[in-house]
Design a protein around this ligand. Structure first.
Ligand code: MLT
Length: 407
């Protein structure tokens, strides 16, 4: 008899964004004449930067000739891309991350989901609430939690991120082994200062814990006092992995390219307390289960770091940040309390009612899609997330429609 992994049966029926897509498609079927504006899932709308397109085309041409054709590439990514990442994302910020500590992949979602297979089943895991659902669901799938009761999985330590702590969670009251952090935060748009991160790094060092730091939205940071990478904090390279993505930075949501930093100094421990370098485990995992990102895509990602690429990527970010500022101002003017949207493409709005009720109201009365905060956890109840990824025109129209719907 083929038995099911019963951990899957503990999961909510569907992934948050699939749930939303289903509701929106039902609404569309019933209202074929209504035009919907999507400010829900954080999917970019502007095309790839021209520098990336040129490099992409050229790399496709390379594949057309026997002399320049590439077959299997290194599972960890081509050196040409890893070197650029190390130089521009890490050395330029005064950190010592080197190219061979960078693992190129097809997405931060996959990496944050896959990395947990390197850890023991019994570890204690802390997740912020609200949280990007992938961190939680992948641990549920792996059997590291009990059942979901009252919107929380038994066995996980939830770190409340609320208005009272500025949506930056406090250290846990109990000892935890693995900590997920994401800044600029998805979904709240909150930012962590150097002091905030230093506190977590100190905790991890004192408790032989590990931080999984999701920095997928770092390219929206404009304030230079805010850390762009956790490795700006002394000692972080011993206790933190960092996940980055070209998706939001350079419009790669459909193209797929990301990377994970696994510093060589980072270690995990056997039951007896012996140290094991995490780098060698992740290398082993990736070389076994992953065959790398395609050559043309890595060439396109490399172009992000060229002079024109860096300028174009900055402009892309500025475009969405202008939307974020307008959404924040627009929703505040209508009377909602908002946070995020500065150094971040997400605006977190206190809707003053059930999150899904607010979602349904916006969909039905304004034909605008947002993301219900409760889908990110119990502390998200009452909130919705509006994403800045759309055109200026659509954001303006959406705000207009919302203002009318609220009246
Ligand atoms: C989101 O909307 O939270 C993100 O687009 C999800 C993702 O990047 O996977």
């Amino acid at each position: 008899m083929i038995r099911v992994n019963e951990n899957y049966l503990k999961l909510k029926a569907s992934y948050l964004f699939s749930d939303i897509a289903k509701r929106v498609s039902e609404f569309e079927k019933k209202n074929p004449d209504k035009e919907i504006i999507r400010l829900g899932i954080g999917d970019v709308t502007l095309p790839l930067p021209p520098a990336c397109i040129v490099a992409f085309h050229k790399a496709v041409d390379d594949m057309a000739s026997e002399k320049t054709f590439r077959g299997y590439g290194p599972e960890q990514g081509y050196d040409f891309l890893r070197e650029k990442i190390a130089e521009f994302d890490y050395r330029s910020r005064g950190t010592t991350i080197s190219a061979d500590e960078i693992f190129v992949s097809d997405g931060a979602k996959c990496d944050t989901g896959n990395i947990q297979e390197l850890f023991a089943d019994e570890i204690v895991i802390a997740v912020p609430d609200p949280v990007y659902p992938v961190y939680v669901d992948t641990n549920v799938m792996a059997g590291r939690t009990g059942e979901n009761r009252d919107d929380r999985y038994q066995g996980l330590v939830y770190l409340d991120s609320t208005e009272s702590n500025g949506f930056v969670p406090d250290l846990p009251g109990e000892k935890v082994d693995l900590i997920y952090l994401c800044f600029p935060n998805n979904p709240t748009g909150a930012i962590a200062t150097k002091e905030d991160l230093a506190k977590w790094v100190r905790y991890a060092r004192d408790n032989r814990a590990l931080i999984l730091y999701d920095a997928a939205y770092e390219s929206f940071i404009r304030d230079d006092s805010i850390p762009r990478t956790i490795y700006e904090i002394d000692g972080a390279d011993e206790v933190a992995l960092e996940f980055r993505s070209f998706s939001k930075t350079a419009g790669f949501t459909g193209t797929r390219c990301a990377f994970t930093v696994v510093p060589k100094k980072c270690r995990v421990y056997t039951e007896k307390g012996e140290e094991v370098p995490l780098h060698q485990l992740w290398l082993r995992r990736q070389t076994t289960k992953f065959n790398g990102v395609s050559y043309p895509v890595q060439r396109a990602a490399e172009a992000v770091y060229s002079d024109e690429g860096r300028k174009q990527v900055r402009e892309l970010g500025d475009y969405y940040l202008e939307n974020a500022a307008n959404i924040r101002n627009g929703m505040s003017t209508i009377g909602f309390s908002c946070s995020g949207g500065v150094n971040s493409p997400y605006i977190w709005i206190n809707g003053g009612r059930d999150s899904w009720a607010f979602f349904d109201m916006l969909l039905e009365k304004a034909c605008v899609v947002c993301t219900p905060g409760s889908g990110f956890g119990k502390c998200g109840q009452g909130y919705v997330r509006i994403s800045a990824f759309n055109s200026h025109e659509n954001v303006e129209r959406a705000l207009d429609r919302i203002a009318k719907a609220i009246k």
